[in-house]
Design a protein around this ligand. Sequence first.
Ligand code: 9MR
Length: 374
Amino acid sequence: MHLPRLVAAAAATCCLALLPVTAATPAGASGGPSVPDRPLRQLAADDHLRVGTAVDMSALTDDAAYRRLTGSEFSTVTAENVMKWEALEPRQGEYDYAAADRLVDFARRHGQKVRGHVLVWHSQLPSWLTSGDLTADELRAVLHRHITDTVRHFKGQVWQWDVVNEAFNEDGTLRDSIWLRKLGPGYIADAFRWAHEADPHALLFYNDYNTEWTGPKSDAVYDLVRRLRAEGVPVHGVGFQGHLGIQYGLPTDMAANFARFDRLGLATAVTEADVRMEMPADAAKLATQAEGYRRLLDACLRARHCISFTVWGFTDKYSWVPDTFPGEGAANLFDEEYRPKPAYRTLQSELAGRARSARPDDAGRTRPESISQP
Ligand code: 9MR
């Protein structure tokens, strides 16, 4: 059931004063509909959902407010950068797991699960790999070893791995990457098989952006995972990154799209949600942003096997957006001073509204822990 628009609007209005999260207005204090002021992770647990954030390890180390909210608001964490190949193996054969291990340790101490990001991607590869003139056989061996070593290192500690990331173009053809060029399309199935051999209990995901709605790109992902499953390849889930921009208009058919993946018996997850805007932000843009986050969460909650909802950072203070899209920003749930934005209150309300509306005899949502593997 949807949270009534009225409540979402009231939630948005209440937060334009941008109170610090620790001193938030008690539910209903303004006389409006009550907005539950509980951490997202608690509210999501009532919906059998894990809620997560990407973590910037420098901020986690240096910024106490960032550290506190990372621990209190989220029940899963993703390494924003420190599990990428260039970070883990800057020189061939020399691994540096220190920063990633610190995140795994933080997660353990805070009762959080870890999303591993990312094993096979065309970006943030070490230069020894991209500029070295490896033959196809050598590259295949290097990829096999990277997946095996990395997944083994984190064995039992990573809940979900993004095994292959962003392999498709917008038109649904395979992206021209070093992997496709040298190894052919079979690299995708190989990556899943190798990851599964290294940790048979980790949930293995295909992850991409602009696949939240139906269209050629999400059709291609759908065809890929359906075929892989039919061939017995151990792919367990599909991640929808969820990088939206309000200037493009909000997608309307995300729930239907998530549902078709759900019907394949696959887990789904929102893996990198943020909703950016052209700056400066104003009340109307922040309200549209809140609706963007709400729609992503709604699509997830309607899919029985959607097991986690992860935002790509939670504060505008450390967002990747302004560097990549000059003139855009304000994409996160909290502003740069850690004041909750309307989007944060909307997620709280949506999560609480779902839990309240769940019937005891409801077939219900799958518990994240019970997703089975082929
Ligand atoms: O947020 C990440 C940023 O700090 C890096 O500079 C960037 C490099 O490409 O990657 C960002 O994260 C990306 C993620 O790994 C994959 N999906 C898109 C994310 C945003 O670009």
